[in-house]
Design a protein around this ligand. Structure first.
Ligand code: PMP
Length: 418
């Protein structure tokens, strides 16, 4: 029963477009009223009607340690007591930059901003400034935030809405975004062939997680590294989801590939609004005030956000056993799906997706073969059983360190029942 959520949704729709501040929260793909969340703790979220859910969204990634991790909370509260924002340089920003540069081999310098969208938008600008070229290659079904250039055949909520291109993006902007197919190196080679000397960067989710989870096939990421190197283009790994999640050094460490630039969000803010982009010193030196590429932010490097993010990243770096644990839990859930015919399961570390299809899912085209009505039924079955998974097929299931064996067992039972 959720009368309070229903009532809030009624009120919200009058004053907020669709009643939500980010589209996929609206339950548009699965029907029913979105749950309004009052609080969360560990692996659980509680809605305004007092219903408790095992949470497999984790704020779409940031809460890898679970909700209200005591150390993260203490760090954020302590920072808040010293002032919420100064708009001036702080020591903790230096600590954060040093920690990331020490943790991620491909990051020699880093700049903080306030969201993943901003991180990507800025990294693209830097790549263009650095190379003096204008075109960007992205992959169909990958989502890189809502900047104009990236809303071309994008994933996540835009894909769920069945409109992977947004109104309001000019033809002029869209024409500089060239589209390749995930896991298809030939499609990338063909684009470079037709646009010699014009491509500034290739941007990729090293594990795609916004058309559901889609793993890079053997050689795909290395192939991108080789093609970009041969063509003096910048390789950008969008690690907004995978950063600090697959390993302390993200997908770059996990797969042993060195991109030129990396973008972060989510975990690096520990649940506060943060994004960041970093990479080779040679490229990052193009950023203002030392270089000619302008990028700025009133709340960039916000002290409370830095405190939450720094503590989260420190915990992950000092307890790398967390990753094996997360992988084990996710494998168990994946196992429950793969027992069944007609379900394709993709899992890596703490990320997984089940697609209701007989096809192997390796790109946008195969992801779209999933029966999304079946997904909606699955979502509602899980919700009824007190388990909160993504309210859309084209998203990931996020495991956290706070999920208990009991949570996993309850989840598996509900999957089997479905
Ligand atoms: N890149 C990726 C890979 C993402 O998954 C997202 C958000 N889910 C973004 C960029 C945009 O981040 P934000 O929502 O913080 O702007």
């Amino acid at each position: 029963m959720n009368p309070k959520s229903k009532e809030l949704f009624e009120r919200a729709q009058k004053v907020i477009p669709g009643g939500v501040n980010s589209p996929v929260r609206a339950f548009g793909a699965v029907g029913g009223s979105p749950r309004f969340i009052k609080k969360a703790n560990g692996s659980r979220m509680t809605d305004e009607d007092g219903n408790e859910y095992i949470d497999y969204i984790g704020s779409w990634g940031p809460m890898i340690l679970g909700h209200r991790n005591a150390e993260v909370e203490e760090a954020a509260v302590k920072a808040a007591r010293d002032g919420l924002s100064f708009g001036a340089a702080t020591e903790i920003e230096v600590e954060m930059a040093e920690l990331v540069c020490d943790t991620v081999p491909c990051v020699e310098m880093i700049r903080m901003c306030s969201s993943g969208t901003e991180a990507v938008m800025s990294a693209l600008r830097v790549a263009r400034g650095f190379t003096g070229r204008e075109k960007i290659v992205k992959f169909r079904g990958c989502y890189h935030g809502h900047s104009d250039a990236m809303l071309v055949t994008a994933g996540s909520g835009v894909l769920t809405a069945g409109r992977p291109d947004s109104a309001g993006v000019t033809k002029g902007t869209a024409k500089d975004t060239l589209l390749a197919d995930y896991n298809d190196l030939q499609s990338v080679k063909d684009i470079f062939e037709c646009n010699r000397g014009e491509i500034a960067a290739v941007i990729v989710e090293p594990v795609a997680a916004n058309m559901g989870v889609v793993l890079p096939e053997d050689g795909f990421l290395q192939g991108l590294r080789d093609i970009t190197q041969e063509n003096d283009a910048v390789l950008i790994f969008d690690e907004v989801i995978t950063g600090f999640r697959l390993a302390p050094g993200g997908a770059a460490e996990y797969f042993g590939i060195m991109p030129d630039l990396v973008t972060y969000g989510k975990i690096i803010g520990g649940g506060m609004p943060v994004g960041a982009y970093g990479g080779k010193k040679e490229i990052m030196k193009c950023v203002a005030p030392v270089g000619a590429v302008y990028q700025a932010g009133t709340l960039s490097g916000n002290p409370v956000a830095m405190a939450a993010g720094l503590k989260t990243v420190q915990i992950l770096k000092n307890n790398t056993g967390i990753y094996a644990e997360l992988n084990k839990k996710a494998q168990k859930i994946a196992g429950a799906f793969s027992e069944k015919k007609g379900i394709a399961t993709n899992q890596i570390g703490s990320l997984l997706s089940a697609f209701f299809t007989d096809s192997r899912v390796k790109d946008l085209q195969t992801a779209k073969t999933s029966d999304t009505e079946k997904y909606a039924a699955y979502f509602n079955h899980m919700l009824k059983n007190g388990i909160y998974v993504a309210p859309a097929q084209f998203e990931a299931m996020f495991l956290s360190a706070a999920h208990t064996d009991e949570d996993i067992e309850k989840t598996i039972l509900a999957i089997q029942e479905f």
